[in-house]
Design a protein around this ligand. Structure first.
Ligand SMILES: C[S@@+](CC[C@H](N)C(=O)[O-])C[C@H]1O[C@@H](n2cnc3c(N)ncnc32)[C@H](O)[C@@H]1O
Length: 483
């Protein structure tokens, strides 16, 4: 705990000193003018990088002749990056074409790795039931049940997803999976409903197991009976009583304990799960990968669930670091893994996309007008190829609230382009400084959750579970209640 606390202090120190790098909305780039905060002595070094050098900065690349404060910033920030390489102990499973149905390659990667990790924790905690919170279309649960023989309760707030998950399983009539529409939060009501709901699901699983036991006591070769047998063997070994190992006449005790898991639990969902894990005695293990930190609820100037731990609260307050939306949004961005391989063209496309949107925002700001979209999407990647195409697209797909005609807006946008094009190179410079800080903010948030579990008497550890070039939110918070 002390190590984590010390690490969080170092993270906060560096984040507080460099707030100008991230504390602005990207679309307000030319309004907030973050490049004005760039130390003058860093400018030349950063504006003259080759693509390869630019891509290597988040991995600690520096040159001896660079200004010392820049070298120090890069090396001290990159030293604090949490390792994200996958453990060789957890081998991903393979998926049949039936299991792959509906999953894109990214989802397949996530599910193969996450299912293996969950199965490992299930074995270590002796749980046969997994509660998948925010289960979506039930891909993970399907694999956990089919490949690892676990029973799965999928909890999902959107009924369309729950029914979608059921539809996927329909052909199988899989009685080891229950998909339930349930919205989890950290209220007392949610806790009590969760207890009642899960108890009733466990009863159903047990009843189904009992009904499967043949009258003559002979074991058939169906998986669930084999699994009951495995459970009973584990029980008897652990109890050392050599009791009935056939699974017959033994209560399915492992159907009384569960793991709480979540794959990409957004916003407040992870903090709610952590509280459930702590409060509910029949939940024996946790494995949760979060996403969308910026969707956490804010009350007044404070986030309800960040920080969670007393330790991080004290550190943030000591250094007066106040989490903002851009701060949390940056934590939820891609990691440096994808940045590493960007081509010169990709950097140019990114520059154009940021610059053109920011010029539109600046124009609306200066002209005291609003630019309302007439369509959900106003520009696609190809519209950012040059400013003229972008402006034409915007004018045909947006409406401005001011009285001036579109031609006048077009002239003003073109004038702004001329005025600000010299600042475009700062976009990748500020972006790379953000890419360097992204893993630090994310680490602070995740470690805060670990610290909260530790402060509340649980063990907890972090486990990189996906390749972050494929799936950037790749760190699972895990815990096991092992007596
Ligand atoms: C990013 S999706 C992940 C879905 C799924 N785990 C997967 O990886 O395919 C998050 C899911 O959580 C659900 N969700 C969000 N908040 C929830 C809550 N409070 N309780 C239950 N489900 C929730 C959403 O409806 C959505 O399906």
């Amino acid at each position: 705990m002390e190590e984590l606390s010390f690490c969080n202090k170092r993270l906060v120190e560096i984040l507080v000193d460099n707030q100008w790098m991230y504390n602005f909305q990207v679309t307000r780039f030319f309004i907030e003018e973050p490049w004005k905060s760039l130390p003058p002595e860093w400018r030349e070094d950063l504006l003259n990088l080759t693509t390869e050098e630019l891509n290597s900065l988040p991995f600690g690349y520096v040159q001896d002749d660079w200004t010392e404060s820049l070298r120090k910033y890069i090396s001290s920030a990159t030293e604090l990056v949490l390792p994200r390489n996958l453990s060789e102990e957890i081998q991903p499973c393979t998926l049949t074409s039936e299991l792959k149905r509906g999953m894109n390659p990214k989802k397949q990667h996530e599910v193969r790795h996450m299912a293996a990790l969950v199965s490992d924790i299930a074995t270590k905690t002796g749980c046969d039931v997994v509660i998948d919170v925010g289960s979506g279309l039930g891909y993970l649960g399907h694999v956990l049940s089919t490949v690892y023989g676990l029973k799965v309760i999928g909890l999902e707030s959107k009924s369309t997803h729950t029914s979608g998950a059921d539809k996927r399983l329909f052909s199988e009539n899989n009685e080891n999976i229950m998909n339930v529409t349930f919205e989890m939060n950290d209220s007392e009501d949610s806790l009590s409903n969760f207890n009642t709901l899960i108890s009733s699901c466990l009863e159903k699983f047990k009843k189904a197991e009992r009904e499967k036991v043949p009258d003559d006591g002979n074991l058939s070769s169906s998986w669930s009976e084999v699994h009951s047998l495995n459970s009973a063997v584990r029980n008897s070994n652990e109890n050392g009583n050599g009791a009935d190992v056939t699974g017959i006449g033994v209560e399915n005790s492992e159907l009384d304990t569960c793991l709480l898991i979540g794959l990409h639990c957004c916003g407040d969902l992870t903090p709610a799960m952590l509280r459930m894990y702590l409060e509910v005695t029949f939940v024996k293990g946790l494995c949760c990968v979060s996403c969308c930190y910026h969707r956490m609820t804010k009350h007044g100037s404070k986030y309800t669930h960040f920080p969670m731990s007393r330790d991080t609260e004290a550190t943030l307050s000591k250094f007066d670091l106040r989490p903002t939306i851009p701060f949390l949004r940056l934590a939820a961005q891609e990691t440096r893994a994808r940045w590493k391989t960007l081509s010169e063209d990709s950097h140019q496309s990114h520059t154009n996309a940021v610059a053109y949107r920011a010029l539109l925002e600046l124009c609306a700001y200066k002209e005291n007008t609003e630019c309302n979209k007439l369509f959900r999407r106003i520009a696609t990647a190809k519209d950012f190829a040059d400013f003229e195409s972008y402006v034409d697209k915007i004018l045909s797909r947006c409406e401005f609230t001011s009285r001036q005609g579109k031609e006048s807006i077009k002239d003003k946008l073109n004038l702004l382009y001329e005025e600000y094009k010299g600042k475009f190179p700062y976009i990748e410079v500020i972006t790379v400084l953000q890419v360097i800080l992204q893993p630090l903010i994310e680490r602070l948030i995740i470690q805060d959750r670990v610290l909260w579990l530790l402060e509340n008497g649980q063990n907890a550890y972090l486990m990189p579970v996906f390749d972050d070039a494929i799936s950037p939110r790749n760190i699972a918070v895990c815990s096991m209640k092992i007596n």
